[in-house]
Design a protein around this ligand. Structure first.
Ligand code: ATP
Ligand code: MN
Length: 466
């Protein structure tokens, strides 16, 4: 047994019997004084959504010195006995025997006095927002999802792979890269009118990774099933509620998987995660259902209980073309689907998750496997209602000649990808993988509208302060 530092509120609230000699530490949420000579103090320690109600008799020896500091936001330690509460709506309360204050919080100045604050305002106090109900709940659910991602893959024998954050590869335009350099930007070394990266730290131009896929493929073709789960960076200037400049991505890569197997795994994965949260984060999920999105529980249960729709890109285009919906971007075969199209398909047409696959070769990167029609590639996107794309994946091209040809068509230098081509030269195998945006997942599960509110410290254009 690990050493017991204190009693967590979560454990106390789940007790079966009354208990003496309890020690609670946490932050005061509310305080109310009764005429009968008692104070009622709600303490939250983040272990769960609910706080514990502390009843402090004004006759307690420690009360007089503690009382002036018992405000919303103060941090306290309270010894006492856990007893059945006579009050409505709570099973337990803590009868205090001793109160001590770690740090008080000025009642006039503490920014979280009011019950309700806008999420915009809370983003400006990112150092205090974790003390609100919503952010506590988001971070506990986020934590559970991270755990459950590892559980899903570990139970299936996948190896957790750490791919580099600093890299020279932009994963073929997956997104704009942030540059990493130690050059003096006020006077960089120049050769022939161009910056000479030979003098840079790594001797060539480097940036922050936009995807671990290419490195993942290397290890999948040795360990067979791997997954990455780490920070990913995109310098795209998309100020949307679904894009971050720094986010976390989960990227499994599997040898011997074809596109159908890849789609099966993606569907099983999403359902596993949703089911796990429904079972293990009940209190927080009920909070989201009440306060953030009134249908989120129903939505998650629906996803878990039904098969995802799977349609070819060409059929998706047909459906969009013949729909009477007014889209901002027009649709024709060969176009990239916009988020309005993706949402229309999953929300209006199928009313459930949709996997679109077999995309036109021209709009997808060189590494996706060419279909026999020579027009489409074995790519797939998983779309969720109200969110759009959560997963993008593909079967990878495993034929050396086809890969060469596609690289030339896309004006890429095979020399630069010699190692990637080597994988097709020596022991090539069919293989597939996908990338799931972790924050999009947390966003969908919690029903939070803005992706900035599901990561502790969001990085977005013009914002990296804290
Ligand atoms: P989108 O079209 O939505 O910008 P994408 O097609 O560029 O996404 P992929 O390169 O396929 O994204 O990345 C795989 C997954 O990573 C996406 O399905 C999404 O869940 C997530 N993702 C991509 N870009 C971002 C971002 N800027 N912020 C948060 N998540 C992202
Ligand atoms: Mn994508």
């Amino acid at each position: 047994m690990p050493k017991k530092m204190r009693d967590k509120v979560k454990d106390l609230l789940q007790q079966e019997e009354e208990q003496s000699g309890v020690l609670v530490k946490g932050w005061v949420r509310t305080r109310r004084d009764s005429k009968g000579g008692f104070s009622f103090i709600e303490i939250n320690d983040g272990s769960c959504l609910a706080g514990i109600q502390v009843v402090a008799d004004h006759k307690l020896e420690s009360y007089a010195s503690a009382s002036p500091h018992l405000h919303t936001g103060s941090c306290v330690a309270i010894k006492g006995n856990l007893v059945v509460s006579p009050a409505k709506g709570q099973k337990w309360e803590l009868q205090a025997s001793e109160i001590s204050v770690y740090g008080s919080a000025d009642a006039e100045k503490y920014p979280l006095q009011k019950k309700q604050h806008s999420f915009e305002f809370l983003r400006e106090i990112a150092h205090l927002r974790p003390r609100t109900n919503t952010f506590g709940a988001v971070m506990r659910v986020r934590n559970r999802l991270a755990y459950s991602i590892h559980k899903f893959f570990q139970d299936r024998g996948f190896v957790y792979l750490h791919t580099p954050i600093i890299t020279t590869s932009d994963c073929e335009g997956a997104g704009e890269m942030f540059q990493v350099t130690t050059l003096d930007l006020s006077k960089p070394p120049v050769n022939d009118g161009k910056i000479d990266y030979g003098h840079d730290f790594f001797g060539e131009r480097t940036g922050l990774t936009v995807s671990g896929q290419l490195e993942g493929e290397i290890y999948a073709l040795a360990l067979s099933d791997i997954y990455t789960f780490g920070p990913t960076f995109r310098a795209e200037n998309s100020n949307t509620s679904r894009h971050l400049a720094e986010f976390w991505m989960v990227e499994p890569e599997m040898a011997f998987y074809e596109l159908e197997d890849d789609m099966d795994l993606a569907e099983e994965f999403v359902k596993f995660l949703f089911r796990d949260v429904l079972e293990n984060c009940q209190e927080d999920m009920e909070f989201f259902n009440k306060r953030i999105n009134k249908t989120i529980l129903e939505t998650l249960r629906n996803v878990v209980d039904h098969e995802f729709e799977r349609i070819h890109y060409s059929d998706a285009i047909h459906l969009l073309e013949k729909s009477s919906e007014k889209f901002i971007y027009s649709v024709e075969w060969g176009c990239n689907l916009q988020s309005e199209h993706e949402r229309y398909l999953s929300e209006k047409v199928f009313k459930k998750p949709v996997i679109i696959y077999n995309y036109p070769e021209e709009i997808k990167p060189f590494y996706m496997k060419l279909n026999e029609d020579h027009e489409t590639v074995r790519a797939m996107d998983v779309l969720l209602p109200n969110l759009g794309e959560i997963i993008g994946g593909s079967q990878r091209e495993d034929d050396l000649d086809v890969l060469h040809k596609r690289m030339r068509e896309k004006e890429l230098d095979p020399e630069e990808y010699w190692w990637y081509l080597d994988l097709r030269r020596y022991g090539s195998a069919p293989h597939s993988g996908f990338g799931l945006g972790f924050e999009r997942l947390v966003q969908f599960v919690t029903g939070m509208e803005n992706i900035r509110d599901v990561i502790p410290f969001p990085r977005t254009p013009k914002h990296a302060k804290f």
